[in-house]
Design a protein around this ligand. Structure first.
Ligand code: GLN
Ligand code: ZN
Length: 768
């Protein structure tokens, strides 16, 4: 039945989790930083982890394994090293010791600042931003790439080096310090291409038949000049005489206008995402007449989410693709870096639910099954297809995913439910009368230091070393400490300090029905930091209040207002694995309704200020601007649904951080919160000017204390920032607060910094 071309169908992946089954890489790297692991031991652990991955992939039936996707810290930083774009300030450290210099770029040292870190497209992985300027000189350093390729080839399987492509690399870069702010790194393309040519030649010499160049930046909106740069890049690299075959990969979405550019370039194959909305790549490919004579790597298994694949659907897609390319191979939509390693390790998850989960190991098997089905006919994988069908059916029919009461409530939501009963201008007067705060009121973002004592208590509770009552004693003591310090320091709106929270999403996920937590589902966030996103499995509801007891306890200790503190619906989705069996906006609405009940219970228990954090609002903004409006509509609606059920005199705060807010100021306004706190200290209150330029009418607290470092800002420094803030936001609408929560800080610097912050507020009040 299958066409002759299909007989060649192979299984591959773009990349694999780096950390090892027990996060061995994290432990080795952190041990190296502490001086307890030698450089040789670290290198040995890393090489063993790479070999274990290749063996595992080959044994599972993957025909061509990726190389070079491994990293001690980040693959974009590895690319910076590969092209020799070491910032001036790090050169001495790199020259003295390549490994220490590498970590200095990643983390900074006493003397030099690290590279900036930011999100890898719309994932929760962070990369280190290359710093490039007109003086940047690129030089090829292929050692890591050729070394890892040789290691893999020595084990036997076919291996394909994976590089960040030159266009994406430049588009991810920012102007180096000293370069003009409007310097465009993409203008360095002609200087960079010869370095890529050298790397490609070296990889060819080291035995690479194929090399993959990742160009995910091409799934974003690109100008004609940028598309032209992509055409030049691949015209140039494709035209090289001494080169391996080139596979250009894109993922995280549809290529759109970049697809014809790549299809027309003289490269030997494309890897495309065909999952979710990226299924539009199928029509795009057909429209350019396919890839006759070339290789297509079809990303049909979702590399970013953790759900079981739908094999029949994938095989149908693959069947269509067979008519469009010379050879069709099967892969995940993107690197499996973004999912945990092994669902089979989740022994605590209900076996009913476990059947629906596929982490990297399970996805690899799915890919192999699909490749076999494509190459040898579906009969050859009949048993796998039957099992897949049964697993999918068990999910579709499960009472674990559907809750009629939740659906009925979500279906009955009206526009009015997502609107406060009074407009901002009216309710702000009621809030002033009720709260009686001084001008420039002081507050914090929520968390106070998570001490070793707290973490030990939590681990003790999990391990059964202390009981629930003993644990609660620890939490109560931490709340007392936070409240008494804030009173002494003279802060106006207090917080309980969040000592009971392991994580701002997980804490709520553990208490909401419809969410499942994993024990080993670690995913790299940045460097050696891993997170365990909970899984949204079914309809969401709140069996019981989640925060009311601790907030009420904190309020009982003071006469000043204590802010209730919740994580908002958008962030609850952004930092979880979301359902793929219903639209995101429906899941968001369910979460919002559950949180709305919590908001109302907080109010009923006496809270007059309630903060709903949405730090992820900006980061899940879709990659294409055409998709922004739809996303922002449901995102802001779900926030308002969470917060609109309260009395006019109850003050709703929100908080955001880690982002440039410029393109979401309207959305921030649409949240209709009464007060927003934002990260601003490092950017000298830039966000305050952005809000003012927009005509933002509400109260705002641009941060005057950069909480990302242990450094204590002086009262003068905080006052200077406040005065800058006052130039943009009038005194009756300006709040005084840190950039973000204080959970990663120690008590001594927290106390000193907040005392200075209060002193600054008092000084500047005196100047009004
Ligand atoms: N309330 C949270 C805290 O203070 C907010 C954290 C965040 O914005 N990431 O920790
Ligand atoms: Zn924050």
């Amino acid at each position: 039945m299958t066409k002759p071309a299909a007989a060649a169908a192979r299984a591959t992946v773009h990349g694999y989790p780096r950390q090892g089954p027990n996060r061995e890489l994290k432990k080795a790297v952190e041990g190296y930083w502490k001086g307890t692991v030698t450089a040789d031991a670290l290198a040995g652990t890393a090489a063993e982890l790479r070999r274990a991955n290749w063996r595992e992939l080959a044994r599972a039936g993957v025909h061509e394994v990726p190389t070079g996707d491994f990293s001690y810290y980040d693959h974009v930083l590895d690319t910076t090293v590969m092209v020799g774009a070491i910032p001036e300030r790090h050169r001495a450290a790199v020259a003295a010791d390549a490994l220490d210099g590498y970590f200095a770029m990643a983390r900074g040292t006493q003397d030099v600042a690290p590279l900036e870190m930011t999100k890898w497209f719309d994932t929760n992985y962070h990369y280190l931003v290359p710093e490039l300027g007109p003086d940047t000189v690129f030089t090829a350093d292929c050692a890591k790439q050729t070394g890892e390729l040789r290691e893999a080839l020595a084990l036997g399987p076919a291996a394909r080096p994976v590089l960040v492509g030159p266009v994406t690399y430049l588009l991810l870069a920012k102007p180096a310090p000293g370069a003009a702010a409007d310097f465009e790194p993409l203008t360095l393309l002609d200087r960079l291409l010869p370095v890529y040519a050298e790397v490609l030649a070296d990889l060819r010499a080291a035995g690479a038949e194929w090399v993959q160049l990742d160009e995910p930046a091409l799934v974003q909106d690109r100008t004609p000049a940028e598309l032209n740069a992509a055409a030049r890049a691949y015209g140039n690299l494709g035209g090289l005489a001494d080169r391996p075959k080139l596979l250009v990969a894109s993922y995280f979405g549809r290529l759109g206008e970049a697809l014809p550019v790549l299809a027309e370039s003289p490269v030997d194959g494309l890897a495309l995402d065909f999952t979710g909305a990226a299924a539009a790549n199928l029509e795009g490919l057909a429209a350019v007449g396919g890839l006759p004579g070339r290789r297509l790597v079809a990303g049909v298994v979702d590399g970013r989410n953790i759900w079981l694949n739908d094999h029949e659907k994938s095989l149908a897609t693959l069947g269509t693709l067979l008519g469009l390319a010379d050879r069709v191979d099967v892969s995940a939509s993107c690197s499996l870096l973004h999912v945990p390693l092994d669902a089979a390790a989740e022994t605590d998850v209900d076996p009913q639910i476990l059947r629906w989960l596929a982490f990297a190991r399970q996805k690899t098997r799915e890919i192999v099954t699909l490749a076999r089905g494509l190459a040898e006919g579906v009969g050859s994988v009949a048993a796998e297809l039957a099992a897949n069908r049964a697993d999918l059916a068990s999910r579709a029919d499960s009472s674990l995913t559907g809750d009629p009461a939740v659906r009925a409530r979500a279906g009955a939501v009206t526009d009015a439910d997502a609107r406060r009963s009074q407009p901002y201008a009216e309710r702000t007067a009621a809030q002033r009368a009720h709260l009686k705060l001084p001008p420039l009121p002081t507050t914090t973002i929520g968390s106070f230091p998570q001490t070793t004592g707290l973490r030990t208590a939590r681990a003790g509770l999990r391990a059964g070393r202390i009981d629930a009552a003993g644990y609660q004693e620890h939490i109560r003591a931490a709340i007392q400490e936070a409240i008494s310090f804030q009173e002494e320091a003279g802060i106006d709106v207090l917080v309980h300090g969040e000592p009971e929270r392991n994580d701002m999403v997980q804490y709520f996920a553990e208490q909401l029905s419809g969410y499942v937590a994993t024990r080993h589902g670690w995913v790299q966030s940045y460097g050696t930091r891993y997170v365990r996103p909970p899984v949204l499995v079914g309809d969401v509801s709140r069996p019981a209040p989640m925060t009311v007891g601790w907030t009420r306890y904190a309020q009982s200790l003071t006469d000043r207002p204590v802010k209730g503190m919740l994580t908002g619906p958008v962030t609850m989705l952004a930092w979880s694995f979301v359902r793929d069996d219903q639209p995101l906006n429906e899941t968001a609405r369910q979460v919002a309704l559950a949180l709305r009940d919590e908001v109302q219970d907080l109010e009923a228990s006496g809270a007059s200020v309630i903060q709903v954090d949405e730090p992820a609002l900006r980061e899940t903004l879709p990659l294409r601007s055409a998709d922004h409006a739809g996303y922002l509509a449901w995102a802001t609606e779900s926030f308002r649904l969470t917060t609109s059920g309260v009395r006019p005199d109850t003050q709703i705060h929100t908080h955001m951080c880690y982002a440039e807010f410029g393109d979401v100021v309207q959305a921030i306004d649409d949240l209709d919160a009464d007060v927003i706190s934002l990260e601003a200290a490092r950017s000298h209150m830039q966000v305050a000017r952005e809000l003012a330029a927009h005509g933002y009418p509400r109260e705002a607290g641009p941060g005057v204390y950069d909480i990302h470092s242990p450094r204590v800002p002086s009262a003068e420094e905080a006052a200077a920032l406040l005065r800058e803030g006052l130039e943009a936001i009038p005194a009756e609408r300006l709040w005084v607060n840190p950039d973000c929560g204080l959970k990663t800080r120690g008590w001594p610097e927290t106390k000193a910094s907040l005392e200075n912050l209060v002193a600054a507020a008092r000084t500047v009040r005196g100047e009004l």
